[in-house]
Design a protein around this ligand. Structure first.
Ligand code: LEU
Length: 385
């Protein structure tokens, strides 16, 4: 009797679990559409939507369209967890592109990993993201690959650089990860770190940190933070008289920072994982399509979000050849999709890419740009040789 009951229960459970993949094929986008992190999230939404439009126009997945399901993560961990849970259990997505911040990924990714739902990080660059679990990969090259390039470029501009100040947001996982790489690279390049200053991503007043930096007479300042805080920090550094070079990390890689530091953003050096001039056919097409719609070159976070969606679509196409996606059980598809993502090679706006055994991106080229302001609000990232 007991056995029959448990058998019944078991089959009821597996019945509940068996669920076909709905069409159009739902892909989750969990990025920051509100909060301070939306300065980046807005670019990601644009990139993802372009991918939906153009990949569907080119036939979607073997003739079946994809549909992006957006869940706003806001800027914190709770928001990301909530968005992931909704996408996984209510929206029944095949996989998730997100979240915006590494700080959020460390909390939300384990939920998807346990549910066996593939996640592609579109902008998480802290060390350790793909190692969260087997279902976590990323198309955003890590701080280890990116940050050193900016320092080398600063030395190219001014080979006499010697004394540096380092500042970072101590309440943000990516910023603390990135500053570690900046500081190590500075030592490797024989630069002398005169002071290390901490701040919070929620800070607006940087008088204490700027005073400490000015007291050291440094000729290079290195900043790891997010857009709003870093923008204000740069502004106050310049207003109080700092004249030397500034290197900014990944959190300064968005034109949404321009209205914050205004003319003072001018000259800031930022390493890039994407270049609008990258010569691959995939990128030329993407850059052209972006430019036609937005009248400017695509930014890195839009290109990476586009790439995240494209990787899902390309991997789904391979599986669709084996069995039409609509005939798959959702749970089985998620597992197979994750495997396929990791073994595939992709021709994307970031160039040709693949993944290493952990799910970290293997990417060919990186770049460095310098901010050039036109007026107090508008500027561009000028790519350096
Ligand atoms: N690279 C950052 C992180 O990993 C996010 C980016 C949008 C500034 O948190």
């Amino acid at each position: 009797m007991k056995r029959t009951l448990s058998l019944l229960l078991l089959s009821a459970l597996s019945l509940a679990a068996a669920q076909k993949v709905a069409t159009p094929i739902a892909i989750g986008i969990a990025v920051a559409q509100t909060s301070n992190a939306s300065l980046f999230g807005q670019e990601q939404v644009i990139g993802a939507k372009l991918a939906e439009k153009f990949l569907n126009a080119r036939g979607g997945v073997g003739g079946t369209p994809i549909k992006l399901v957006f869940q706003d993560t806001s800027g914190d961990e709770a928001g990301a967890i909530n968005a992931f849970q909704n996408l996984i259990s209510k929206d029944n997505v095949v996989g998730i592109v997100g979240p915006t911040l590494s700080q959020q990924a460390f909390s939300a990714d384990p939920i998807a990993d346990r549910a066996k739902v593939p996640v592609i990080g579109p902008s998480n660059t802290a060390k350790g993201i793909p190692q969260i679990g087997a279902y976590i990969s990323r198309v955003s090259a890590p701080v280890t690959a990116i940050a050193p390039n900016a320092l080398k470029q600063a030395l190219k501009i001014n080979p006499k650089l010697k004394k540096v100040a380092v500042l970072y947001a101590q309440n943000d996982a990516f910023s603390t990860s990135e500053t570690g790489i900046f500081q190590q690279t500075a030592k490797d390049l024989d630069l002398n770190i005169a002071t290390v200053q901490k701040f919070q991503t929620t800070d607006n007043d940087f008088t204490t940190q700027v005073t400490a930096v000015l007291g050291e007479n440094v000729d290079l300042v290195i900043i790891s933070g997010l857009a709003n805080d870093s923008g204000n920090l740069i502004k106050q550094l310049r207003q109080l008289g700092y004249k030397g070079l500034i290197v900014g990390g990944n959190g300064l890689n968005s034109s949404s920072m321009f209205p914050i530091c205004g003319q003072y953003c001018d000259g800031v050096i930022v390493a890039q994982a994407y270049s609008p001039t990258q010569s691959s056919a995939a990128n030329q097409l993407f850059a052209r399509e972006y430019k036609a719609q937005y009248k400017k070159d695509p930014p890195q976070f839009a290109a990476q979000a586009y790439t995240g969606v494209q990787v899902f679509v390309d991997a789904l196409k391979v599986l669709d050849h084996k069995r039409k996606i609509a005939d798959w059980d959702l749970g089985e598809l998620r597992v197979a999709l994750n495997k396929q993502i990791l073994i595939g090679k992709y021709k994307t706006p970031l160039g040709e890419l693949s993944f290493d055994k952990d799910g970290d991106i293997v990417q060919q080229a990186f770049y460095v740009a310098q901010i050039k302001m036109k007026d107090a609000k508008n500027g561009t990232f000028v790519f350096l040789k």
